[in-house]
Design a protein around this ligand. Structure first.
Ligand code: ATP
Ligand code: MG
Length: 398
């Protein structure tokens, strides 16, 4: 009973209890444990206030004191310990700024989004499930705790969360939950793009993505996604492949490709710059790599570490098999994988020709790089010197 991860976390619960507080496992970890899925971070809910939690444990980080969250580190593992709370008045359809700490588990579970996420587990592995979450898990249904319309009016992000759980778990929405999304989808306009992007990315990475995308279209919620309101047909296309992206770069590259996004649209999603850059590299590659045969030596060399992302995206877009390990082997077998691997450098060439640096140098290195890559010359210092001299003469017509 109880798996290793929970057993390790037991000491946190037991310590809190020894100090006279209540404490339970809650949230996604309990849900995934019941589903026998791999569990992520373990969250703990307690009647202890943040200051009390910080006083009890030797290693803590105040990650969200205002919301009652303290990170407790035990045996090198971190746990989010959050005080039982109910949320204050909701304003502007967003998560409230102020929260009220309460001393009862029931109220804490009541403010949670879906019944499957509102189950607590005590130190004996017993479930506290006042809203029928276990039954919902059995029936594979996502339903809000309490009235769906009311809960989405409190915090419109929950509609996004509902659909990302569809994508991760393959569950269905309860009729009321689905109906409320149809009715209140427009409230998503009040939610920060960054928060929408976090949930949408999880959705794009889920094994049941196409089911979630279908629901986006059916409920019209897609109308409130950045840059996608006019892309209904393109979105539908996204669900066509059953390949699950292995990385966030692939998830966004696939979306960007079917929706014809460029940097400008990706920026509207407020994705981090490094991600936009990586996605752009994939998009650029995909302009000329459509079939496996399009992976020329030059393409392999140019895209190197991006090969797996590009290849998996290519396969998803064109309903093909990805050939990642084959291509990576070919890449590794190239004479060089980077200009830095040339057996000769700029200094060597300056000394060899006794010339001042200038555009000729970069040009020569580039020519040499191409010649080595295509095995016209071996990557050895003396051979490259010979090649450089000979090549120089040819250019000077002598
Ligand atoms: P994951 O495994 O992806 O982390 P999760 O269910 O743990 O899924 P989190 O975002 O980590 O999701 O949130 C932890 C818990 O907090 C949820 O299980 C839910 O009980 C509650 N929660 C999170 N966001 C909301 C929200 N917007 N409204 C109400 N409750 C929420
Ligand atoms: Mg979580």
């Amino acid at each position: 009973m109880m798996n290793e991860q929970f057993r390790q976390a037991l000491s946190v619960i037991e310590t809190l209890k020894r100090h006279g507080h209540e404490a339970y496992f809650v949230g996604g970890a309990v849900r995934d444990y019941i589903l026998q899925r791999p569990i992520g971070d373990i969250d703990i809910a307690t009647s202890a206030h943040p200051q009390e939690v910080m006083a009890i444990f030797p290693k803590t980080v105040p990650v969200g004191i205002a919301h009652g969250t303290v990170m407790v580190i035990e045996h090198g593992i971190s746990y989010e310990v959050t005080t039982f709370r109910k949320e204050g008045r909701y304003e502007d359809y967003r998560r409230p700024k102020d929260v009220t700490f309460v001393r009862s588990l029931y109220e804490d579970l009541q403010r949670r989004d879906f019944t499957m996420n509102a189950i607590a587990m005590n130190e004996h592995g017993e479930m506290i499930d006042p809203f029928g979450g276990i039954e919902a898990l059995k029936r594979r249904i996502i339903e809000t705790v309490g009235d769906a319309a009311e809960r989405f009016n409190e915090d419109a992000l929950r509609m996004m969360r509902a659909l990302r759980f569809v994508s991760q778990l393959g569950f269905s929405l309860s009729p009321n939950t689905k109906q409320a999304i149809m009715q209140y989808g427009h409230l998503l306009q009040h939610i920060a793009v960054e928060r929408i992007a976090v949930e949408f990315e999880k959705l794009l990475l889920g094994p049941f993505m196409s089911k979630a995308i279908e629901l986006f279209i059916e409920t019209n919620l897609f109308l409130y996604l950045p840059e996608l309101a006019t892309k209904k047909g393109e979105l539908a296309q996204l669900g066509a492949s059953s390949l699950v992206p292995a990385h966030r770069i692939e998830a966004w590259a696939r979306l960007a490709s079917v929706a014809h996004f460029q940097n400008q649209q990706l920026k509207k999603w407020k994705l981090p710059n490094h991600l936009i850059r990586d996605v752009s590299i994939c998009l650029k590659a995909l302009e000329h790599i459509r079939f496996l045969e399009d992976w020329t030596i030059d393409a392999l060399y140019k895209y190197g570490p991006y090969i797996p992302h590009i290849e998996r995206t290519r396969a998803a877009l064109y309903s093909d098999e990805p050939h990642v390990s084959l291509l990576m082997k070919q890449w590794e077998a190239l004479p060089i994988r980077d200009r830095k691997e040339l057996a000769i450098n700029g200094h060597d060439l300056l000394a060899l020709f006794e010339r001042k640096s200038g555009p000729w140098l970069a040009e020569m290195i580039e020519d040499m790089e191409r010649a080595v890559l295509h095995r016209q010359v071996e990557n050895e210092k003396e051979k490259l010197k010979e090649w450089a001299v000979c090549n120089q003469r040819r250019e000077n017509n002598c």
